[in-house]
Design a protein around this ligand. Structure first.
Ligand code: A2H
Length: 253
């Protein structure tokens, strides 16, 4: 990684009751899948969350009430950033893998979809952010292609035990208008570049660069409290609101 620390916003996606049997030890807690993002202004367009099936996760006490499900490495970093019940020491209540998380119903900040589900993504890196990613297929090429793969390939869904109702009802939600790219800029760029699946790493990196730069410099919000404002202006306002309402925290690594 680079020399400069990266500052992320961690979005708290609440795991809805009833918990699966394996989560018994977490009964009575507020449990969140915690996703690191660089684009908090896109949270209106969430359709699901992503986990790595083979990834090792844990359920960690971040304070007296809240539990975050994240990668172990992220829990250690958070413990040194004032987000552990025991300062500088992560307390893991339960060891989990990505397979344990697939299908969890979540309530996520700002999302127009009231309930979204945790689904498998194979390109997640466990040593970046929290190992949990929130999915905004309108504006993130990786998210668009991973959702496309699941929607178009029943065998892929079956392999990971993904139920149709966790995925088929979820349409792309337009949230940002970008000149030339329209209001589903990730789809536009993936189609233009003829990207076939989430495995096309190099093409996706290029698509990400294009959409990220253009969305940030030229995009306009078309939904939410700051509709009509440029993304550049809206981003810090939305971020501050998420932080002040306790729906997100700052995280750097
Ligand atoms: B972004 P950077 Cl709408 N593995 O959030 C793979 N990808 C991860 C990750 C991990 N462990 N942790 C975070 N990410 C993703 C939203 C978004 C993001 C949009 C558009 C672009 C975009 C919704 N997904 O990122 O390597 C997260 O996806 C493009 C840069 O630290 C996070 O922000 O630069 C971004 O990658 C962090 O990437």
């Amino acid at each position: 990684e680079g020399v400069q620390p990266q500052e992320y916003t961690i979005i708290k996606m609440e795991v809805l009751q009833p918990f699966p049997a394996k989560f018994a030890v977490l009964e009575g807690r507020k449990v969140y899948l915690a996703a690191a993002t660089l684009r908090p202004e896109t949270m209106y367009g969430q359709t699901n969350a992503w986990v790595l099936p083979d990834g090792m996760y844990g359920a960690f006490e971040v304070n007296e009430t809240d539990v975050f499900i994240i990668a172990h490495r992220a829990a250690l970093n958070l413990a040194y950033q004032n987000h552990s019940r025991v300062p500088e020491k992560p307390t893991c209540l339960l060891e989990l893998t990505g397979y344990d998380l697939i299908g969890l119903p979540l309530k996520s900040p700002l999302s127009f979809n009231e309930v979204i589900y945790a689904l498998p993504m194979l390109s997640i890196l466990m040593d970046k952010g929290t190992g949990i990613v929130t999915s905004v297929p309108s504006d993130a090429p990786d998210d668009y292609m991973a959702l496309h793969d699941l929607k178009s390939k029943p065998a892929f869904r079956a392999k990971y035990g993904v139920k149709d109702e966790w995925i088929l009802p979820f349409e792309i939600v337009p949230i940002i208008e970008v000149p030339q790219f329209g209001n589903k800029c990730a789809e536009t760029v993936c189609l233009q570049m003829k990207i076939k699946s989430q495995n096309e790493k190099e093409k996706l990196a290029e698509a990400k660069k294009q959409t990220y730069l253009k969305g940030f410099t030229e995009g306009t919000m078309i939904v939410g409290d700051f509709a009509g404002k440029k993304v550049q202006e809206a981003k810090p306002l939305i971020r501050t609101k998420l932080l002040e309402t306790g729906q997100a925290i700052v995280y750097s690594e």
